[in-house]
Design a protein around this ligand. Sequence first.
Ligand code: CA2
Length: 155
Amino acid sequence: MNPKPIHVLNGPNLNLLGEREPHIYGYETLADIEERCRGTGAALRHGLMFRQSNHEGQIVDWIHQARQEADAIVINAGALTHTSVAIHDALKTFAGPIIELHIANVHRREAFRHHSYIAFAATAVICGLGSDGYDLAIEAAARLKAKSVAAEARP
Ligand code: CA2
């Protein structure tokens, strides 16, 4: 079966990357990161759907869409990570690998960033590796998917 794309979903304020707080989030814009990720996806023979929204319901709708159209989800839900039961519940309905991603090491930051609703639904969590985390998350998602396909094909 042909691989489906990996859906990379970005939450609130990540459209501002590169504009403010570069000491935390770096100098790259989200468009820069998307361009690099497309190369990473192509090298892994995976298409990419790369999206950003400031609205919780839009992210829930995109997760529902991913149920039919994606092999895996990489999600940086931004601040919704720490608040959104709705995103948690939507992710729980997705059958493939889910990688929770954060640019910063959230555990070195304020206490309110230490709790994640997404982590309860995620296969794995990557944080603190800067924007390289996106490429690493895409690679991890592709590997996990390939392993599950190989396991299903075993007699
Ligand atoms: O480290 C991450 O990737 C975060 O998901 C980023 C979120 C934050 O709420 C999470 O705790 C950790 C915030 C994204 C805001 O991005 C900005 C970018 C530039 C200027 C201001 C905010």
